[in-house]
Design a protein. Structure first.
Length: 273
């Protein structure tokens, strides 16, 4: 068993826990609407099937390591490690979802030095938009990748249909967690500037049908606080049904609410004599 963590313990008064988040009205009470189930996690892993089979894979922002657990079904011979700023990843290691668990930030020089050039794939699913400095986060991810390795990214699409229609009610617009919402073109330009080749982009499998239901839940958290919130469940259910009816149309277009990018870290060119 391998696990690394800083000596300090998480603050007991930290508000950013599931229990603490539910006390804030800007967080939808139906938090499960935005979660990715095993089917979507498996689809996320399958996007790497056209790539060379990885020996080692680091999932950044892994939480309880649900993605590595599911991805093992697709890549049974790959060693999965997890990194997360919270101690949840240690629970994932105890449950044997990852081989190594690391607590901290990828941009921490101590973490980067320990993991330098160790991985064939680094995945960041719904992580980069939470990073204080996405450019530095990408640079750190490329540092722990081997030359020829691949970076697999999934982010909310700020140019999707519901981002414009719902405005502040669109969940990725909700403060304070989402610090940066990057259009796909901007992200690809930054990856190229850091010496990567864009291998693939897409919207179809990244789309999660939750926009209307989560926005409805958010409004109801204002109107029906506390014990009255269950009264709004039929409205949330109706919005959820509409989300799923629209999903086949939206995921086939640029109006999907998320996108994926696969980028390859190119080996440095040898010095010419």
């Amino acid at each position: 068993m391998t696990a690394t963590a800083p000596p300090e313990r998480p603050r007991a008064d930290c508000a950013f826990t599931p229990a603490g988040c539910r006390e804030h009205t800007y967080v939808p009470r139906h938090l499960g609407l935005t979660r990715r189930g095993p089917r979507r996690l498996r689809a996320a892993a399958r996007v790497a099937l056209p790539l060379p089979e990885p020996e080692s894979w680091l999932d950044v922002g892994t939480g309880y390591a649900r993605f590595p657990e599911t991805a093992k079904e697709v890549f049974p011979y790959t060693a999965f490690d997890g990194l997360d700023p919270t101690y949840r990843v240690l629970h994932g290691r105890v449950a044997e979802r990852v081989e190594e668990a690391h607590v901290g930030s990828l941009t921490d020089p101590r973490v980067t030095a320990r993991l330098r050039a160790r991985y064939d794939v680094v995945s960041m699913f719904r992580h980069l938009e939470h990073a204080p400095d996405p450019r530095e986060e990408l640079r750190a991810a490329l540092t722990v990748l081997r030359p020829g390795g691949h970076l697999l990214l999934e982010l909310p699409n700020p140019r999707c249909l519901f981002a414009g229609l719902l405005g502040r009610l669109w969940v990725p617009h909700s403060p304070p967690g989402h610090l940066h919402l990057l259009p796909m073109e901007t992200l690809c330009d930054e990856l190229r500037a850091q010496g990567c080749t864009i291998v693939a982009t897409g919207h179809r499998t990244a789309h999660i049908p939750y926009d209307l239901a989560a926005a409805t839940s958010l409004v109801l958290s204002y109107l029906l606080p506390g014990l009255l919130s269950p009264l709004g469940s039929p409205l949330v259910a109706a919005a959820w049904t509409l989300d799923h009816l629209l999903a086949p149309l939206l995921r086939a277009t640029r109006y999907s609410n998320a996108y994926r990018v696969i980028a390859r870290k190119e080996a440095p060119e040898p010095d010419t004599p």
